[in-house]
Design a binder for this molecule. Structure first.
Ligand code: BTN
Length: 285
C-alpha cells in the first residue's frame, strides 16, 4: 500500500470507529462546500464527515481565509442536525473544547520518556515537554506560551443542518509557514516532534470526532466549566468589535455562554454579548 492510499484508509477507519460516515477526498477548495452539498441531499442526512487530504481555499471565521493545508493540516467538516442543538453559542464553545481536548490527548499519548531518565534518547531539539494548550474565545485552540494558533473552528448553517468545519495544523514545520503566519501559527508536530508523521492526521481526526460526540453530550454547565478552565483571555488586553464599535482594554471576565467584561483605559466596564461580539486579531489593544 503506498503512503497516499494508506493515509486514506487510516482516516476512514478512524472516522468509522467513531461511528460516522466518513468521506475522504484527495483535494478540494473547501470541505465546507462538500459537506453542504451532502447536507442538502435527502439521502445523505446529517452525520457525515468530510476530510480532505489537501484543501486549497479554506474559509475561516469572519470572512478570513484558512491557509492551504498543503497535505500538512487536517481539514474536516461534519454535519449536525440543527434541530438537536438548543444553543448555537454552546455548540461554538463545545466544538472548540472538543478540538482542544483531542489535541491534548494526541500530545499526551505520544511516547515521551521520563524527564531525566537514563534511557531517554538524546535529542538535538528542545526538551520534550507536553505543552499546555488553551482556548482563545470563542473557539481557537492555541498554545499558551506565545498564543500561536493550533486549530480553528468555522460553524455555518444550511437549512436545518450545521456544517462544523475544523482545521488543525498537524505536520507543518517552522519553515513551512508563510511569513505572515510564522509567529501566529503552530502545528502538533512542532509542539511534539516525536509524533508519528504518517499516522498523525488519522489519529487526530478520529479523536476529534470522538471528542465532539462526548463533549456535546455533557451538561451545559460542565461544557462552560471545562472551557473556562482552558481560557487564555482573562487578564490580557484585547480589542473587540460589537455593534459596529470597537472596545479595547483588559478582559476582566468571560462567561463563554453569555458575555465578556472588558475594562477600557478610562476604567469603564463594558459587558459584551458573547454571541454577537468578535475579537479583532490584528490590532494591539
Ligand atoms: C478560523 O479559525 O477562522 C476557522 C478555520 C476553519 C478552517 C476549517 S478547515 C475545514 C473547514 N473547511 C473550511 O473551508 N474551513 C474549515
Amino acid at each position: 500500500m503506498n503512503t497516499r492510499a494508506g493515509e486514506f484508509a487510516a482516516l476512514q477507519r478512524a472516522g468509522e470507529h467513531a461511528g460516522r460516515r466518513v468521506i475522504v477526498v484527495d483535494r478540494c477548495e473547501s470541505t465546507q462546500d462538500i459537506a453542504k452539498d451532502y447536507a442538502t441531499r435527502s439521502d445523505a442526512g446529517p452525520g457525515v464527515a468530510i476530510i480532505a487530504r489537501r484543501q486549497t481555499a479554506g474559509r475561516g471565521r469572519l470572512g478570513r481565509a484558512w491557509a492551504d493545508t498543503a497535505e500538512s493540516g487536517l481539514a474536516m467538516s461534519l454535519t449536525l442536525d440543527a434541530r438537536a442543538v438548543s444553543d448555537p453559542g454552546l455548540l461554538s464553545i463545545g466544538v472548540g473544547l472538543a478540538a482542544c481536548q483531542a489535541c491534548e490527548f494526541v500530545l499526551k499519548c505520544s511516547p515521551v520518556p521520563d524527564a531525566g531518565a537514563a534511557t531517554a534518547p538524546k535529542s538535538e531539539g528542545p526538551p520534550t515537554v507536553i505543552p499546555t494548550l488553551g482556548l482563545r474565545w470563542p473557539n481557537d485552540v492555541v498554545e499558551r506560551s506565545l498564543g500561536r494558533k493550533l486549530a480553528g473552528i468555522l460553524i455555518e448553517r444550511s437549512a436545518d443542518v450545521f456544517i462544523i468545519g475544523i482545521g488543525i495544523n498537524c505536520l507543518q514545520r517552522d519553515t513551512d509557514w508563510p511569513e505572515a503566519l510564522r509567529a501566529r501559527a503552530v502545528s502538533l508536530l512542532e509542539l511534539q516532534p516525536r509524533l508519528d508523521r504518517a499516522s498523525l492526521r488519522a489519529l487526530i481526526a478520529g479523536e476529534v470526532l470522538r471528542s465532539i460526540d462526548r463533549v456535546l453530550a455533557l451538561p451545559h454547565v460542565q461544557i462552560a466549566r471545562d472551557w473556562f478552565a482552558r481560557d487564555t483571555l482573562v487578564g490580557s488586553r484585547r480589542v473587540f468589535e460589537h455593534a459596529g464599535a470597537r472596545v479595547r482594554g483588559l478582559v476582566e471576565s468571560i462567561d463563554p455562554l453569555s458575555h465578556l467584561i472588558v475594562r477600557d483605559d478610562t476604567g469603564s466596564l463594558h459587558r459584551l454579548p458573547a454571541l454577537t461580539t468578535s475579537m479583532v486579531h490584528d490590532e494591539i489593544a
